[in-house]
Write a protein that binds this ligand. Structure first.
Ligand SMILES: NC(=O)c1ccc[n+]([C@@H]2O[C@H](COP(=O)([O-])OP(=O)(O)OC[C@H]3O[C@@H](n4cnc5c(N)ncnc54)[C@H](OP(=O)(O)O)[C@@H]3O)[C@@H](O)[C@H]2O)c1
Length: 249
């Protein structure tokens, strides 16, 4: 596991002129990451399934005077291969490059013994948590290659590092994300300026955390805003040349 340098302080304009796609940008860690990236100068593409939530994040960024964001509504669980091709084509019409992707969206599914895990739920979780980051990275490869310094970040979770009872498809999808990250990193290292890493934010108080640990006292947990430094470090130029690492907060 890798940590960002101790005492890391991001420059105010760290992400100036960078175009960054954030999935699951309407709520939780994704919404705060998108606003934080914009505050540091990035043009963010807000991808998520709830138009109203995405518009609220858009409005906050505009109200703070950030670069005008873009909204891309997409339900990753239901999206077809053509929807992914359309995403690549549409972004290619609007932007000449993409400098970053934060694969943040994820579904928890159910905390159920594997013996009782429904295939339907399994497939939905895998579609959102594993197939979506694979397909999004693939359709945006050309735009990432147009960037002089592109960064792709997969979101990890410690329950995917060592199999744990009842975490089912979510745990398996998170383990697979870190493996996929390493494959992308190894394949892209030699001939591109695209670095690929994963980041486990640790326990953070969000809807997902509340659902998975209903008995927990939320006042004991960090908020999304408290874990933003590694997100900035990985998205900006300070992590240039670092690829294939499993980061944690
Ligand atoms: N919070 C933690 O303690 C913790 C710990 C380790 C890792 N993580 C990881 O951190 C990331 C963010 O999680 P979070 O805690 O912020 O959880 P969250 O509040 O539940 O956010 C998940 C995000 O993913 C979006 N999403 C879910 N299904 C989607 C779909 N089918 N299509 C498009 N978007 C979809 C959600 O959109 P809606 O708003 O529409 O639901 C939401 O914006 C996840 O990858 C999670 O695995 C979190």
């Amino acid at each position: 596991m890798t940590k960002i340098p101790e005492g890391y302080t991001p420059a105010d304009d760290l992400l100036k002129n960078r175009i960054i796609l954030v999935t699951g940008a309407g709520s939780g860690i994704g919404a705060v990451a998108a606003k934080t990236f914009a505050r540091h100068g990035a043009t963010v593409i807000l991808l998520g399934r709830g138009m109203r939530k995405l518009e609220a994040v858009y409005d906050e960024i505009e109200a703070e005077g950030g670069p005008q964001p873009a909204i891309y509504p997409m339900n990753l669980e239901k999206a077809t291969p053509k929807d992914y091709e359309d995403l690549g084509a549409r972004l290619g019409e609007t932007f000449e490059r993409v400098d970053g992707i934060l694969h943040n969206a994820a579904a928890l599914g159910t905390l159920t013994p594997l013996g009782q895990y429904s295939l339907d739920m399994w497939s939905k979780v895998m579609q959102t948590n594993l197939n979506a980051p694979f397909l999004i990275t693939r359709v945006l490869l050309g735009l990432l290659k147009n960037s002089p310094d592109a960064s792709v970040v997969f979101t990890a979770d410690r329950v995917g590092r060592q199999g744990r009872a009842y975490w089912g498809a979510y745990g398996v999808s998170k383990a697979a994300n870190e493996n996929m990250m390493e494959i992308w990193a190894a394949e892209l290292e030699a001939n591109t300026a695209i670095r690929v890493n994963s980041l486990d934010p640790g326990a953070v108080y969000t809807d997902m955390r509340a659902k998975s640990y209903p008995g927990e006292d939320p006042s004991t947990l960090p908020r999304p805003a408290d874990v933003m430094l590694p997100y900035l470090y990985l998205m900006g130029p300070d992590s240039k040349g670092i690829t294939g690492h499993r980061f944690e907060v």
